[in-house]
Design a protein around this ligand. Structure first.
Ligand SMILES: [Zn+2]
Length: 328
């Protein structure tokens, strides 16, 4: 089996963005240590919009200099260690700004690429990708949409082909959510490990120009989420996120997961990491071709770091840890 350990490298986008140290630098360093110990490679989907905005606001706010240099230094370190960096676009940076010592996020009509017009989408995709490619020193070929909001993909198809994006990893089969900011519906996604597509990321097209590597997913019971919330209260030292910001609100989601079975990612974040070994076993039994795990440095906990380490220690002797860079 091919295992892709993928991390969305970013701040929070709610009331508080959190600090660079707690959301990015410290948890990423912990992940890199684990990767080094077991000689496995990871893919980091870097929220390049953040670096673009840092540059824009640096002249007026010199305190941002330190954040900028810490992130750039860590990205260089990630590459030195042989890991992969790929493109993650949160287009709401376009309307967001820095003021009175904090980032102010404007997500309304800006959280999805599809919220912008054709010309703007083109400008965002081209400039964000070029800036990231320059930082990493190679042409990135894989993409993950911010907040999984890749739909409707026909608005992105042409420009993605033009800039050389070939792989996508935004879909998680079964997942769907809609709010003023979010909008995705992957309930009709193929359940294959990977597949080609063209105009619709949930519709397989033989020899299509793109290949989807969906984030692996499963159905979670309400009990799982009750445990998650209760453990967080009872044992904060183990279950509190290292990241110190606030999530962008997802109205109604908490109630929904506590009362219904819901599809969500296979993830190394927080309590989700408790399902990694069970997933590995079931994927092995089913001879699944790829396991794509998502995580966020900001969403790691002491518990999830331990569980991730245990998962990698079990999996690395039997399976191949792969990155998107190697797929070309
Ligand atoms: Zn993101």
């Amino acid at each position: 089996m091919n295992i892709f350990l993928t991390y969305d490298y970013e701040l929070f986008f709610g009331k508080s963005a959190g600090s660079v140290d707690k959301c990015m630098i410290e948890p990423t360093n912990e992940l890199l240590k684990i990767a080094k110990e077991f000689k496995v490679k990871m893919t980091f989907f870097v929220d390049i919009g953040y670096l673009i905005k840092l540059k824009e606001f640096l002249p007026a706010y010199p305190e941002l200099q330190l954040d900028d240099s810490k992130v750039r230094k860590q990205l260089a370190h990630i590459l030195e260690e042989g890991h992969d960096i790929q493109l993650h676009i949160h287009p709401h940076w376009e309307k967001s700004y820095y003021e009175n010592g904090k980032w102010v996020f404007v997500t309304e009509n800006a959280y999805k690429l599809a919220d912008f017009n054709e010309e703007e989408i083109k400008r965002i995709v081209v400039s964000y990708k070029n800036i990231l490619d320059e930082i990493v020193g190679y042409k990135t070929t894989a993409f993950r949409a911010g907040g999984w909001c890749i739909q409707p993909f026909h608005k992105l198809n042409a420009i993605f082909q033009e800039v050389g994006i070939k792989y996508d990893s935004s879909v998680f089969p079964g997942g769907s959510f809609s709010s003023t900011d979010y909008s995705f519906d992957f309930t009709k996604a193929p359940t294959k490990s990977h597949y080609s597509f063209e105009d619709d990321e949930c519709q397989e097209v033989e020899n299509g120009p793109f290949i989807e590597y969906p984030i692996s997913s499963r159905r979670y019971s309400p009990i799982f989420y009750w445990r998650l919330y209760i453990l967080g209260r009872l044992f904060p030292s183990q279950h509190k996120m290292i990241g110190d910001g606030d999530f962008l609100a997802q109205p109604g989601r908490k109630q929904s997961v506590l009362t219904n079975f819901t599809w969500n990612h296979i993830s190394t974040d927080g309590y989700y990491a408790s399902k990694l070994e069970e997933t590995l076993n079931s994927f092995e039994q089913n001879n699944t071709e790829d396991l794509v795990v998502i995580g966020h440095p900001k969403g790691m906990t002491l518990f999830s770091l331990k569980a991730t380490k245990k998962f990698i220690s079990k999996a690395h002797t039997k399976h191949v840890f792969r990155t998107f860079k190697e797929l070309i």
